[in-house]
Structures are given as C-alpha cells and as structure tokens.
Design a protein around this ligand. Structure first.
Ligand SMILES: NC(=O)c1ccc[n+]([C@@H]2O[C@H](COP(=O)([O-])OP(=O)(O)OC[C@H]3O[C@@H](n4cnc5c(N)ncnc54)[C@H](O)[C@@H]3O)[C@@H](O)[C@H]2O)c1
Length: 251
C-alpha cells in the first residue's frame, strides 16, 4: 500500500491544525488498517522537512536531532516515529524515504516550499519569465520524478533483510541554487528571465539542508540517482514542449 496524501509545507503553514489532522490521522488510518488486514508492505513518504535549524546543512547525516520548524515537518518527524512503532510493535513492514523537492513534468506543484523549482520550468515555457519566491542563492536538495519513482519502487521491492531501518531514509538526487536553475533553463530558452522576490517560504527553505548524506540507502538497498541538474533540465524542457505541442498541458 502506498500512502501519499498529505498537506505540504507551505500550505501547512497557512493552516497548521488541518496539516496535523490530515497528515497524522491519515497515517494512523493506514497503519491501523495495515495491522488489522495484515497488509504485507506499506510505503509512506517522509521529507527533508523533518530537519530544522542547528544541524549540518551540507551532507546532513541520517541520524540527527529532528526539530523541524514547520507543522508539515513535525507531522513527518512524528510520522517516522509512528511508522517505526508499528514495525517494532506489530510487525507492519513500513518503508519510508525522506524525499527532497520533487520535480515533475506531469503535475504542477501544490503548496510545497520547493515548488519554485517546478514552476520555473512551466513559466519559462509559457511566459519566458518567472518571479521566484526564494533568493537566488537558496540551495536545496531536489530530485527528478523518474529517480523518485525508481527509488520508491527499489525500497519497496528490496528484501526485508536489506531494509532494516523503518524511519525515513535520507535520499539525494541533486542540489542546486535557484539562480543556478534559472541559468540552466536559460541555456535552453535564451529569452528566459527570472527575478527573485522572497516571501514567507524563504524562512522555511533556510531551515532545510542543502544536501543530505544518503549512504545508508546506497549501502542497504543500492540507491544511486541517474539525473543531475543538466540532464534533468534538458529532459524537463523537452517533455514540457512536447506536451504543449500535443495540447496536453500538465494537470
Ligand atoms: N512534492 C515534493 O517535493 C515532496 C517532497 C517530500 C515529500 N513529499 C511527500 O510526497 C507525498 C505526495 O506529495 P505530492 O507532491 O504529490 O503532493 P500533492 O499536494 O501534489 O498531492 C497530495 C495529495 O493529497 C491529497 N489530499 C490532501 N488532503 C487529503 C485528504 N484529507 N484526503 C484525501 N486526500 C487528500 C490531495 O488531494 C493531493 O492529491 C506527500 O506525502 C508529501 O508529503 C513530497
């Protein structure tokens, strides 16, 4: 069972009570159902939002104190403990990844702090301009959707001997600043311009790591990303232009 529904970080800060209710009650429902029905394996994504200030920002280790500054991060940190409890107490085989910001050419982002890394592509193609809501020097860990899907299937397919950790696994794809992303897009769309006008999401971005140490995922279940900034940007732009020509805009 794959349980993905959640209220994300920026949307969660607008309504923290709802974020807590949806994210925690939703997870509780899934864990309880899995226990009662004997579901073989459960997937629930955590996030880099579990991290807060005061820990190493570069190559953030797997095991550091989790003191997130958003309600979304609190639900993910508590959710990891909740999953681990169900594994230890009831043997529910829950598996989890701390996704970085996910970049997709199929769906527009909804209420996350890393949405700018997706929106920038759509606006570059549609308008040739983007106003980014974080500073140009903001560096965050990101991952292209094909890598995120592959990682998710890899951890779910791995034998229980290999997945002995039942909280969220750190997982890295690539790290870049918002300014570097704008420059990379400009290589493909020379008319593209971008300005940077930080809003409340800057504070959230500043509380997260710039990169994470995912050596546990690499060693235990063989994780290795395929996409970097250049290959992801090329693929995103090709895919979005093709979809636009076919009259199939992203949902
Ligand atoms: N997108 C990212 O960059 C990212 C990063 C880290 C973790 N994650 C996690 O991955 C999962 C999927 O994220 P996403 O980017 O697809 O988010 P999304 O906002 O695009 O999708 C979340 C889905 O949850 C549904 N939902 C919200 N409240 C619900 C409710 N009460 N009942 C039923 N459905 C409800 C929404 O309708 C939406 O379809 C989430 O658990 C999120 O925390 C995403």
């Amino acid at each position: 069972m794959y349980h993905l529904a959640a209220i994300l970080s920026a949307a969660g800060e607008k309504n923290p009570q709802m974020a807590w209710d949806v994210n925690m009650k939703g997870l509780e429902n899934i864990l309880e159902l899995s226990r009662e029905m004997g579901v073989k394996r459960v997937y629930w994504p955590s996030s880099i939002a579990v991290f807060g200030p005061g820990i190493p920002k570069v190559k953030t280790p797997q095991d550091v104190p989790l003191i997130p500054s958003t309600m979304y991060g609190i639900t993910k940190a508590a959710g990891e403990l909740f999953c681990n409890y169900y594994y230890e107490r009831y043997g529910v085989d829950v598996r989890s990844i701390r996704y970085p910001g996910i970049i997709s050419n199929k769906v527009r982002p909804h209420g996350g702090t890393t949405d700018y890394a997706v929106d920038m592509f759509y606006q570059a193609i549609e308008k040739g301009h983007y106003t980014c809501f974080v500073r140009a020097d903001t560096v965050l860990p990101m991952m292209y959707m094909p890598d995120a899907i592959r990682a998710t299937l890899m951890i779910m397919d791995a034998s229980p001997k290999k997945v002995t950790y039942h909280m969220g696994h750190n997982l890295s794809g690539m790290s870049f600043s918002a300014g570097e992303l704008a420059k990379e897009i400009k290589k493909h769309i020379p008319r593209f311009t971008c300005d940077f006008v930080p809003d409340f999401r800057q504070k959230i971005a500043d509380s997260w790591p710039q990169s994470v140490d995912d050596s546990r995922a690499r060693k235990d279940w063989g994780w290795k990303p395929k996409y970097d900034l250049a290959s992801m940007t090329k693929d995103m732009i090709t895919a979005l232009k093709t979809r636009a020509k076919q009259g199939k805009p992203p949902s």
